[in-house]
Design a binder for this molecule. Structure first.
Ligand SMILES: [Fe+2]
Length: 302
């Protein structure tokens, strides 16, 4: 079983497509400007995502996971562009699982109009619908006999321009804790996915205005699982860190498209061991760095 985890593609769209009414919104302007000034760093996003789809095919990826931020402002035309470009990544044999990022819910209307569900609805079915206590979250996908994906949503609109933090609603944390005790997950490796990184690469919490504000209870709920790993994005840096004192792994995929930061993770599950390998961009194609950064995580016996 080979799993590709990527994040934060931030697909740029022409600014003239942004409806005038959105620009007249003062609250949108401040934060949007901050991001859009960096938009040149994502200029080759489409080319890189095409290359990622080729990589996925050549490397025989079975399952694809995306931890959000397809867009910059969560506008409908951005979703349309993202959906079209991402589509070749969605046909992996074991499926495609994703969560929204804060940019996908940039303003409250993105949430109100359910744009993420409207565009990515086909990727949002849950195999354990009883646990969907907060809209469609937590969402569970059972993959073969060995793997489960549990997706929780930590993204929300952030109308204040200086704030880009996230929070997992208590209902979802309770759902997550309940899932850790469900016998249908007991003998599986569980990938818990969300947009926000619970810890940075150095093992510290992210800043309050940028990070996951309830990282601590989230990590406590994740620790209840017999064998689980956490996958996230939001921080545009590809890294692995372990959670003290549980030793549970967090993999942040960074941004797959951001110039000079391109990265993602590949997970290979074989004989009860998982090997994580970092992907990198050589200017023309994505490569798998099995020799330089790969390592093995030995799963705890069920
Ligand atoms: Fe983000």
């Amino acid at each position: 079983m080979r799993i590709l985890h990527y994040s934060d593609p931030h697909i740029p769209t022409p600014l003239q497509h942004v409806p005038l009414g959105k620009w007249l919104s003062k609250r949108a302007l401040g934060g949007a400007n901050l991001f859009l000034r960096r938009q040149h760093l994502f200029a080759d996003a489409v080319l890189k995502l095409d290359a990622l789809a080729r990589f996925k095919k050549e490397q025989q990826v079975d399952l694809v996971i995306c931890t959000g931020d397809y867009t910059a402002l969560g506008l409908d035309h951005e979703y349309e562009a993202a959906f079209t470009i991402i589509r070749p990544l969605m046909d992996a044999p074991s499926g495609y699982v994703n969560v929204p990022g804060n940019h996908d819910y940039y303003m409250p209307d993105a949430l109100r109009e359910e744009r993420f569900r409207n565009w990515f609805g086909d990727t949002l079915h849950s195999d354990l619908p009883d646990y969907q206590v907060d809209g469609i979250w937590p969402l569970v996908r059972l993959i073969g006999d060995d793997i489960a994906i549990v997706a929780v949503n930590s993204a929300r609109p952030n109308p204040l321009p200086w704030r880009s933090n996230g929070r997992i609603p208590v209902k979802q944390l309770e759902g997550l804790a309940a899932l850790s005790k469900d016998s249908r997950l007991a003998n599986r490796l569980v990938f818990i996915i969300t947009h926000y990184a619970p810890l940075l690469a150095d093992g510290t919490y992210d800043k309050r205005l940028h990070g996951l504000t309830n990282a601590e209870p989230f990590l406590a709920a994740c620790a209840e699982f017999q064998q689980a790993m956490i996958l996230c994005g939001h921080v545009h840096k590809c890294y692995h860190v372990t959670v003290p004192p549980t030793g549970q792994s967090i993999f942040c995929a960074g941004s797959v498209t951001m110039a000079k930061r391109e990265g993602f993770w590949i997970f290979d599950l074989l004989n009860g061991e998982i090997q994580a390998s970092k992907g990198s961009w050589d200017g023309q194609q994505f490569l798998l760095n099995t020799s330089s950064v790969s390592f093995k995580v030995v799963l705890r016996a069920p």
